[in-house]
Ligand binder design. Structure first.
Ligand code: UDX
Length: 443
């Protein structure tokens, strides 16, 4: 059992802190956002993550998990000084894709000014290669008096919507540090999980995170390119992905063609890695193609809607007078997160074309309502369908997989469905009388 402090109660910090508490450690989570901390003390979470609310409340009740805005309370918590502090603050994309590190800097500076005993400082946030050395310099320079510390890189590989399962069942734990002993101490936290633990140097650990996310994003752009070719050649990309996936070297995962990737990680991490390459004079030609294909995937959904129900006006305002229904607002199912959300982007493109939009999402509507204008947010998929000229399936929520399609068809002004997530079978949809377009489903 260790005393742990976690800085940042976002998707990564809150899951990490709560899971470490669930493994029996004593964890204090810190955030500068007073409202977030006040809510968490009441067991009210700032994010939607299946299973997390129950785990937070249970570990708070057990006295293993607490929340504060005070670094001193977290690092020097009454029950015993923290031996490790995890930095899990967000690192959003800044200018031309470079990762914005101001929150990491603030955390490192405050840790340096607050710590009164030796600490292992663990970078959990996704940070550019070389940030571990930079954090060490900040702490060394900001300490009022020298106190021993070590920096360890420990990137996370959590997917939103399955973050607890991903934490508790890791494919691997990656640790990077100049201080092998410090890395071993972090490794001990993960021993109960029995995943392979890899210890390397700081920069390599930081690069493993970027390379892993960039490769997954590349797989997605690859299958979206194949989907484009399938449409022209009359092949079905879902079957192609199935056939490819039997090859152990390829694997079926992350070969779902659709709207392209969104979320708070892939878009920013691919941009950040490309930026790192460019700064070093290394042209990231594959990463640039991955980003371009991803941007096109969203546009092609709107192009399909325009082709099927657009009026024959000039290129702009082709959707003037049309009502387009959008099912799903989150960047993927099982999350309320709309950061870099493809459906939100698509809605904006439809509106720019003069279209009126109706939309529904089982979970993400409160977040979406903060950023959308002139969209009719509906109570369910059927209200969205009512009077719509076309329906876009944008997020693969389970409740969209078995809609009453006869009722949907009856409620729509035109029976046109653009299935951005390939949830439905083209032949079944046509038998039901829909004008149906998937992504790469052949014709
Ligand atoms: C990702 C990585 O998977 C995770 O390891 C890392 O720690 C954080 O970034 P996340 O962004 O939560 O996790 O979601 P993920 O499930 O990876 O999906 C990312 C995006 O790609 C979503 O928009 C999803 O809809 C899309 N996607 C995923 C596809 O379009 N096709 C696929 O086959 C898989």
């Amino acid at each position: 059992m260790k005393n742990i402090a976690v800085i940042g109660v976002g998707y990564v910090g809150l899951v990490t802190g709560t899971c470490f508490a669930d493994l029996g450690n004593r964890v204090t989570c810190v955030d500068v956002n007073e409202e977030r901390i006040a809510n968490l003390k009441q067991g009210i979470l700032p994010i939607y993550e299946p299973g997390l609310e129950e785990m937070v409340r249970r570990n708070m009740a057990a006295g293993r998990l607490s929340f504060t805005t005070s670094y001193a309370e977290a690092l020097n918590c009454p029950e015993g000084s923290a031996e490790l502090v995890f930095i899990a603050v967000n690192t959003p994309a800044g200018v031309d894709g470079e990762a914005e590190l101001r929150y990491v800097r603030a955390a490192a500076e405050t840790i340096a000014q607050t710590m009164d005993h030796p600490l292992i400082i663990v970078n959990k946030s996704t940070v550019p290669v070389g940030t571990g050395d930079w954090v060490a310099d900040i702490v060394k320079n900001k300490q009022p008096k020298p106190i021993p510390f070590s920096v360890v890189s420990n990137p996370e590989f959590l997917r939103e919507g399955s973050a607890i399962s991903d934490f508790m069942n890791p494919d691997r734990i990656v640790l990077g540090s100049l201080d092998e002993e410090a890395a071993q101490k972090v490794a001990q936290l993960y021993l109960p999980l029995r995943g392979p633990i890899m210890i390397t140097d700081l920069r390599t650990a930081e690069m493993i995170k970027y390379a892993s996310n960039a490769f997954l994003a590349t797989k997605i752009s690859f299958i979206n390119e194949i989907a484009n070719i399938c449409e022209a050649l009359g092949a079905d990309v879902k079957e192609v992905a199935a056939g490819m996936g039997y090859d152990k070297r390829i694997g079926r995962a992350f070969l779902d063609a659709g709207l392209g990737y969104g979320g708070s990680c892939f878009p920013k991490d691919v941009k950040a890695l490309a930026h790192m390459a460019n700064v070093q004079g290394k042209h990231p030609q594959l990463l640039e193609a991955v980003m371009q294909i991803n941007a096109d995937a969203r546009r092609s959904i709107v192009a399909k809607v325009r082709a099927l129900v657009g009026n024959n006006g000039a290129h702009l305002n082709r959707l003037e007078g049309r009502t387009i229904g959008v099912l799903g607002l989150a960047f993927k199912a099982n999350t309320d997160d709309i950061r870099e959300s493809q459906p939100i982007d698509i809605i904006r493109m439809v509106q720019a074309d003069g279209g009126m939009v109706k939309a529904y999402d089982p979970v993400a509507m409160p977040n979406a309502a903060k950023v959308l204008q002139n969209v009719k947010l509906c109570e369910d998929a059927y209200e969205v369908a009512e009077g719509s000229d076309a329906l876009i399936l944008a997020t693969e929520w389970n409740e969209f997989k078995n809609l009453d399609l006869v009722r949907i068809k009856r409620m729509m002004k035109q029976p046109v469905i653009v299935d951005g997530r390939n949830l439905y079978d083209p032949s079944v949809m046509r038998e039901l009388g829909f004008i149906y377009r998937g992504v790469g489903r052949g014709y």
